[in-house]
Structure formats: structure tokens, C-alpha cells
Design a protein around this ligand. Structure first.
Ligand code: CTP
Length: 477
């Protein structure tokens, strides 16, 4: 994963128990290719040894304002200036107060005063300290500062044993914000991007559904990439166990019908639509209100067709929209994908060759071919889904720049604003999206799949009604 390849991140650690989580965040940043330089306050060193951060970042950790540097060694002032972004995690109430009032009485706060870079602040503290009116006032002031973005703490159990708001934000959210802050390619600034991800589940009875093994990873990676490029991103996601990308508006759906509704609601304002979801083509023809009980013989299910959402999008596509589909094929891969591109009126299709190891569902990697309307094919080697997402957007932007599609971003952006869909809370790139929480694994309903694929597992026209059929509670889907 290389979302921060070649980027320099200055990482401030202040004195809170959540400092132990910062070690993991440093590791995540390094894993994304970043060069991380850590500054710790004196209090932070009481919680975690500088050696831990030194080992993880592979760089000297700065703690002392008056330390003499060896010749040729980069110092903290330089590091602040050369950084692509700065992050403070955890940020105590104390350091937030100092930033807001311009106090520079240690190495971290002096460096913050001397840098002009974007600073991501992740507060973590006791709930009462967070709730305190002075802290709240300081946070409100910080929020108004152009170069600062706050990732609010979360609710939960705190080090004191009490519960409340004060826990360091989910590390993936902080990481997303740092990627966004450090990003220099904002070629999607002012544009609206709609992405679908994950499977759809078609319910059969209260505990069973027809689903498929899509994890949603490809769609989530695309959403992250679009957001890093400055777009307003709406992610319509089927059931998944992933951490939602920060700054992206997530709309959780379950079935094909719910995905269709959500996609059609947002589509008119969108400049780019990417349908990465593995949508069910069939659903049970009826929904049983009571759990289906087993009978002595075999059970056949009657399935009916669902909507082809991508086809509908292609039918309604406007001149300013760029529509991308996905295909998962096991044979005649390029030919079948090209047919889908034409049938569904797409501008681009991304096809996974499922016959190859490392491609497709529930993997961290993918092997794809990207085919345009003229039949030109980019065949990518096996790569991480984040890198695939990057390549896909490079091709999309190249295609759009070639004049095959004019984005019409100005008029469409104003249309989006007029319809109340423009982002508020303008910061660095003028925008930050609202988001709904994606259900966590624990919150996800405990259901059992009756078929492993989106394609029908059973296709008989006739139905052998299971015992118990005819319950007054049954309803048609
Ligand atoms: N798709 C969709 N609605 C459906 C089925 C598929 O929007 N009911 C979209 C997928 O999100 C994907 C593309 O269509 O972008 C192709 O999906 P795929 O399952 O490969 O193809 P199908 O058109 O369903 O054809 P088949 O399953 O017969 O190969």
C-alpha cells in the first residue's frame, strides 16, 4: 500500500495514555510508504519510550528543544517545514490550549508555530476534561483555523474505568485524514463521485439470505482514493465489516432494491459513478416472515430477477457523467467485459479475472484489465486494491481529459450546491463530507447465507413449499 509514498509526516505525541495507540498509527503510516518523524512532549515519554517510536519510524525521535544536532542531521524546524502534513495523536487538552493561544514552550508547540502545513489533531482525554467548557471553547477555535482538522474523540470506556467521549478516534480515520491532508493531487476538487461497494443480501426468511463473498474492499479503496483527490464522495455500501473511509458520506444498504434507491437518489448530481458492488441478480421470489423449517425432502427456492442498477445508470447517463462498471469473469474475460461495457452504455469497465490467484473477492490484491469504449485495454499486474484504485482514477482522469467526456464540473457542482448536497465545513481543499456510521461486525445481523454467489444457486421455476409455508405472516418481496 502506497498512499503516502514519498510523503513526509511529522507526528506529534503528547502525554496521554492513548500514546500507546500512536505506536500503531506510526506503523500504519510507514506501511503506507510515509517517512515519519516523531516529536514527543516530555509527558508523552512517561507513557511510551522514545525508543518504541524510533524503532517503528526508523528515525530519531525529538524530545528536547535545546539538543545540539550533528552536522547534516535534519532538525525539527526543518522537519516541520519539509513535512507534507502534521498529525498530533493523542492531542491532550493542554496541547490544544497551547496551539489555540500560540504558546510555544516546548519542542512540539514551537515546531507547530513554525510550520505552515496542514495539521490533523486527534484529541484523547478523560471525558470530563473533554466536556469542560474551556476545552470545548478551545476546540471550537481550533476548528475555525484554516490549517487544522480535528478528528473528534469517540465514546467508550476510558482509562479511568468510566465511560464517555474521550477515546482516541479510530486509527483508520486518523490515517485517512492524514492521507487527505498530505495529498497534492486534488484533481477531483469540486467534483462529486458515487461509488458502490460490497455485496447485496437478499433475505429469504428472518435468518437466511442469498449473498456473495464480496468484502467491499475494492469499492472502499476507490472511495478513499477519490476523497484523497479532493472529491465529495458518496459510498453506497452493501453489508461489510470494513472501517468506513473518513470524510466520505457512507450510505449503508442491504439489498439490491435498497442499493437501487440510494444510487438513483444520488446519481443525478454525480460526475463520476463507479459500480464496484457485486450486486445480486436474483432474489427469493417470496420472503417468509417465519424461519423456514426443514422437511423430509429436498427444498427448491423460486428466485426472481432484480434490477440491473448499472444498466439503469447507463440508460439515464447525462453528457457530464462518466460511468464505470466492474465485471467479474472466469472465462472469455475481455470479450464478456467488452460486451457489458456496450450493453450498459459505460465509459470504462474494470474486469477481474477470477480464474487467477490474487484477483477478486475478499482479497487484498486484485488483477484487473481496464477497457475503454474504443476497446483499448490496460492490463495491470497483481497489486494491492489501494494501488488498483489509484490506477483506475488515473485512467478515468486521462479519459475525461482526452475530451471523451467533459466533466461539466462547474455547472454540476453548482447544481449540487443548490440541491443542498455540497459539502460544508470548508477546510484545506474546501470540503469535508458528512458520513453515516457503517455497522461494525458486532452490530451486523447474524444471518446465514444459503447460497455462496450472487448468481442463483437454485433456479427451478417450481417451488416445493417448505413445511410451515402458508403462514399468515408471509409476504411477497
Ligand atoms: N450490476 C448491477 N446490478 C446488477 C448486477 C450487476 O448494477 N443486478 C453491476 C455490477 O455492480 C458491475 C456490473 O454490473 O459493475 C457487472 O456485474 P457482473 O455481475 O459481472 O455482471 P452482470 O451484468 O450481472 O452479468 P452476469 O452476472 O450475467 O455475468
Amino acid at each position: 500500500m502506497n498512499l503516502l509514498k514519498g510523503k513526509k509526516i511529522l507526528f506529534g505525541v503528547t502525554g496521554g495514555i492513548a500514546a500507546y495507540k500512536s505506536c500503531e498509527l506510526v506503523r500504519m503510516l510507514v506501511k503506507q510508504g510515509a517517512e515519519v518523524n516523531v516529536i514527543m512532549t516530555e509527558n508523552a515519554t512517561k507513557f511510551v519510550q522514545p525508543l518504541t517510536f524510533e524503532t517503528l519510524s526508523k528515525h530519531r525521535v525529538w524530545t528536547d528543544t535545546f539538543k545540539r544536532y550533528e552536522e547534516g542531521e535534519i532538525n525539527h524546524i526543518q522537519a516541520g517545514r519539509e513535512a507534507d502534513a502534521v498529525v498530533i495523536a493523542p492531542a491532550t487538552a493542554n496541547v490544544i490550549a497551547k496551539i489555540v493561544h500560540g504558546i510555544a514552550d516546548d519542542l512540539l508547540t514551537s515546531t507547530l508555530l513554525s510550520t505552515r502545513k496542514h495539521v490533523v489533531v486527534a484529541p484523547a482525554m478523560d471525558w470530563a476534561m473533554f466536556k469542560n467548557e474551556v476545552t470545548q471553547e478551545n476546540l471550537a477555535k481550533l476548528e475555525k483555523m484554516e490549517r487544522y482538522t480535528i478528528i473528534p474523540p469517540e465514546e467508550g470506556e476510558l482509562a479511568s474505568g468510566e465511560s464517555g467521549r474521550g477515546r482516541l478516534a479510530t486509527l483508520e480515520h486518523i490515517l485517512d485524514e492524514v492521507i487527505y491532508a498530505a495529498s497534492t493531487s486534488n484533481d477531483l476538487e469540486g467534483e462529486n463521485v458515487l461509488i458502490t461497494a460490497g455485496p447485496t443480501f437478499e433475505d429469504l426468511d428472518p435468518v437466511r439470505y442469498i449473498g456473495n463473498r464480496s468484502s467491499g474492499k475494492m469499492g472502499f479503496a476507490l472511495a478513499r482514493e477519490a476523497r484523497a483527490r479532493g472529491a465529495r464522495v458518496v459510498l453506497v455500501a452493501g453489508p461489510n465489516r470494513l472501517v468506513a473511509p473518513h470524510g466520505v458520506e457512507v450510505v449503508d444498504v442491504r439489498s439490491n432494491a435498497e442499493m437501487l434507491d440510494a444510487v438513483m437518489k444520488y446519481a443525478p448530481d454525480m460526475h463520476i459513478i463507479i459500480k464496484a458492488a457485486a450486486v445480486a441478480d436474483y432474489r427469493p421470489a417470496r420472503y417468509y416472515m417465519q424461519k423456514i423449517e426443514k422437511g423430509p425432502g429436498p427444498l427448491a427456492l423460486n428466485l426472481e430477477r432484480t434490477a440491473d442498477i448499472l444498466f439503469e445508470l447507463g440508460r439515464k447517463k447525462t453528457a457530464s457523467q462518466f460511468l464505470v462498471g466492474f465485471a467479474a469473469e472466469t472465462q472469455q474475460v475481455l470479450q464478456k467485459a467488452t460486451n457489458k461495457l456496450k450493453q450498459k452504455n459505460l465509459d470504462l469497465i474494470v474486469v477481474n479475472d477470477l480464474s487467477q490467484d490474487g484477483a477478486g473477492f475478499d482479497e487484498d490484491t486484485n488483477i484487473v484489465h481496464i477497457i475503454d469504449r474504443k476497446g483499448h485495454t490496460d492490463s495491470l499486474p497483481i497489486m494491492d486494491k489501494a494501488d488498483v484504485a489509484h490506477e483506475i482514477f488515473c485512467v478515468i482522469q486521462k479519459e475525461r481529459a482526452n475530451g471523451k467526456k467533459r466533466s461539466g464540473s462547474r455547472s454540476a457542482s453548482s447544481a449540487a450546491s443548490a440541491s443542498g448536497n455540497s459539502r460544508s465545513g470548508s477546510k484545506r481543499r474546501g470540503s469535508r463530507g458528512s458520513r453515516k456510521k457503517t455497522p461494525t461486525a458486532a452490530a451486523a445481523p447474524q444471518t446465514a447465507a444459503v447460497a455462496p454467489s450472487a448468481a442463483p444457486a437454485v433456479t427451478p421455476a417450481a417451488v416445493n413449499p417448505p413445511s410451515g409455508e402458508g403462514n399468515s405472516g408471509e409476504q411477497q418481496n
